[in-house]
Design a protein around this ligand. Structure first.
Ligand code: CIR
Length: 261
């Protein structure tokens, strides 16, 4: 049973973005097109759940020109009340970084920008003062190195790992449950760095799409429809379930729809 929540998931605020109709044309490895009305419903449930977990929410205006822009986790990272603007790799997403910088800088003490290389928030797992950055098709060595330099200058430690092939983002198949406990898919469970340093809960086979959860204070938001995962996690956590079917069509999970601090 996890103890009192510690820093990494002790949040008071969340930034989200209103859904855009152009999400119909968001990036999708399966070439699927989500329905805007259904996305709105998921997003509303998500906001309600985040509030239920105790957070104040800041809702940014929708950006029709950026189909993937509700996934605010990818262009920015928050650490110790500082905002670090990242560098999304896909051409269709890269412009989100500059816009979110202008929108949210006012909430933070200092602003940093990763100027070189490519890096997206989905590839960054934060565990208290430590960060794991997963190299992937969206995050390259230069981006990881530039972000590492910023994080180290702010007093953090960083480990750069390789995200297993064919997984979009490092956090697509793992989530922090507690300070030393990570939920992982079978593929992620084989990463030496995770095996060596953390206790891992491995998802039941066939339920890999439940891997992206969010621990917020004493609640754990998990995707609906994964009964075996729910059974395991509900033994230790207060669960809130959210249907993510429509955002799964564009390879997204729960963490990508908010920035929390
Ligand atoms: C993309 O391919 O960029 C979006 N369709 C999904 C982004 C998901 N973001 C995340 O997992 N952090």
């Amino acid at each position: 049973m996890p103890g009192t929540p510690k820093m990494t998931y002790k949040f008071t605020n969340a930034i989200l973005r209103k859904p855009n109709k152009s999400i119909h044309n968001a990036l999708s490895s399966q070439y699927l097109h989500p329905n805007y009305e259904k996305i709105l419903e998921i997003h509303n449930n998500y906001i309600t759940s985040i509030k239920e977990a105790g957070l104040n929410t800041i809702l940014l205006e929708s950006l029709e020109q950026y189909p993937d822009s509700i996934f605010v986790e990818d262009p920015a990272l928050i650490f110790k009340n500082n905002i670090i603007i990242l560098n999304p790799s896909d051409f269709s997403r890269n412009g989100e970084a500059k816009i979110i910088k202008n929108e949210i800088s006012k909430y933070f003490e200092k602003i940093f920008v990763v100027e070189k290389g490519k890096i997206e928030g989905g590839d960054i797992l934060n565990i208290n003062n430590h960060f794991i950055i997963g190299l992937s098709n969206r995050t390259d060595k230069l981006g990881a190195e530039n972000l590492s330099n910023i994080l180290i200058s702010l007093g953090a430690t960083v480990e750069v790992c390789q995200t297993p092939k064919d997984i979009l983002h490092f956090k697509s198949e793992c989530s922090l449950l507690d300070d030393d406990l990570i939920l992982v898919s079978n593929r992620m469970s084989k990463l030496d760095y995770l095996k060596k340093n953390y206790n891992l809960i491995e998802l039941p086979l066939g339920e890999e799409n439940a891997a992206n959860c969010i621990r917020i204070n004493n609640k754990l938001l998990i995707p609906d429809g994964f009964s075996k995962t729910e059974e395991i996690l509900s033994k230790s956590f207060k669960i809130i379930k959210i249907n993510i079917d429509e955002i799964s069509k564009v390879d997204a999970g729960l963490s990508c729809m908010s920035l929390r601090w």
